[in-house]
Design a binder for this molecule. Structure first.
Ligand SMILES: Nc1ncnc2c1ncn2[C@@H]1O[C@H](COP(=O)(O)OP(=O)(O)O)[C@@H](O)[C@H]1O
Ligand SMILES: [Mg+2]
Length: 256
C-alpha cells in the first residue's frame, strides 16, 4: 500500500455533498498533510469552495444541504454530534475571497476572536496584536498605529489583516478561498510569501483558479472536475507528469 509516513491532519473519506437534490461533491477521498500547502484547482463550479467549506462545517449554515461520508480532523469526526462547532472553527479557520475586515480599528479586528473567546485580556491583547501584525508583515506598513481604521488599508493589506485575525485564535488549519482574487499582482505575491512562511506552523489549504499560483505556492495540488476529485499529487508531479488525461487537458488549457 502507498502509505504516507506523515500522519494526515485531515482525512476525508467518501464525502458526498448535496444542495437540495443537487449533488455537488461525489465520493471524495483525500488526505491533507500538516505543514504543507494543498491547492484545490479546477474550473468554476466544480466544487472547490463547497469542499473547502465542508472542512470546517461552514456549509452547515446553508439550508437544505446534506453531507455523507466522513471527515476526520486528527482522529475526531468533525460531523459527529459531539463536535463543538465553535471550537472546530477556531481550529480550522477560513479566509474569504474578498477581504472582509470589520469597519473598526486594525486593533479591534485582530483581537476580535481572542476577545470573544476570552483567550487574552488587557496588555496581553496588545502584545498579541503587535506580534500578529508583524507576522503578516503589516506592523511596519501601519507604522505601529493599530488605531488606524481597517478600511483605510489597501486591499492587500486588508487581506493580510484578515489573515492576522484568523491566526489570532491559534488555529491549526487555515483554509483560504481564492484569497488573492481581488488583489493586484504585487499584493498577491506578498500573500503567497506569507503562506510559505505560515506553512511551517500550520496546515494550509487554498482554493485558486490560478494554476500559476498553485504551481508557485503549493506542495500538493488537487484537481476537481464536476464535483469529482480527478487527481491529487505532489504539485511538481501534477503539473509535469499528470496521471490522468483529464488533468493534462486542464493544465494545458485544452479544456476548462
Ligand atoms: N448555496 C448554493 N446552493 C445551491 N447550489 C450551490 C450553492 N453553492 C454552490 N452551488 C453549486 O455547487 C456547485 C459547486 O459550486 P462551488 O463549490 O462554489 O464551486 P467552485 O468553488 O469550484 O467554483 C456548482 O454547481 C454551484 O452552482
Ligand atoms: Mg469557489
Amino acid at each position: 500500500m502507498d502509505e504516507s509516513p506523515v500522519t494526515p491532519k485531515i482525512r476525508v473519506r467518501h464525502l458526498n455533498f448535496y444542495y437540495g437534490t443537487k449533488q455537488a461533491l461525489m465520493n471524495i477521498t483525500l488526505d491533507i498533510l500538516p505543514q504543507e500547502i494543498t491547492a484545490f484547482i479546477g474550473p468554476s463550479g466544480c466544487g472547490k469552495t463547497t469542499f473547502l467549506r465542508c472542512l470546517n462545517r461552514m456549509n452547515d449554515e446553508i439550508p437544505h444541504t446534506r453531507v455523507e461520508g466522513e471527515i476526520l480532523l486528527d482522529d475526531a469526526d468533525i460531523y459527529a454530534s459531539t463536535m463543538d462547532i465553535v471550537e472546530l472553527r477556531r481550529r480550522v479557520g477560513l479566509v474569504f475571497q474578498k477581504p472582509n475586515p470589520f469597519p473598526q480599528s486594525v486593533f479591534n479586528n485582530v483581537v476580535m476572536g481572542p476577545r470573544a473567546l476570552g483567550l487574552e485580556t488587557g496588555s496581553a491583547l496588545e502584545d498579541m496584536a503587535q506580534h500578529l501584525l508583524r507576522e503578516v508583515d503589516l506592523w511596519d506598513e501601519i507604522k505601529g498605529d493599530m488605531t488606524l481604521p481597517a478600511l483605510s488599508l489597501s486591499l492587500g493589506q486588508q487581506q493580510r489583516l484578515c489573515i492576522a485575525r484568523t491566526l489570532a485564535v491559534r488555529p491549526e488549519v487555515i483554509l483560504m478561498d481564492e484569497p488573492c482574487s481581488a488583489l493586484d499582482p504585487i499584493a498577491t505575491l506578498r500573500i503567497e510569501d506569507l503562506m510559505r512562511k505560515l506553512r511551517e506552523q500550520y496546515t494550509i489549504v487554498i482554493v485558486t483558479h490560478n494554476m500559476q499560483q498553485a504551481a508557485r505556492v503549493s506542495d500538493r495540488t488537487v484537481f476537481f472536475w464536476l464535483g469529482e476529485l480527478i487527481e491529487a499529487a505532489k504539485t511538481a508531479q501534477l503539473f509535469t507528469r499528470p496521471a490522468k488525461k483529464m488533468t493534462e487537458d486542464y493544465i494545458s488549457g485544452r479544456v476548462g
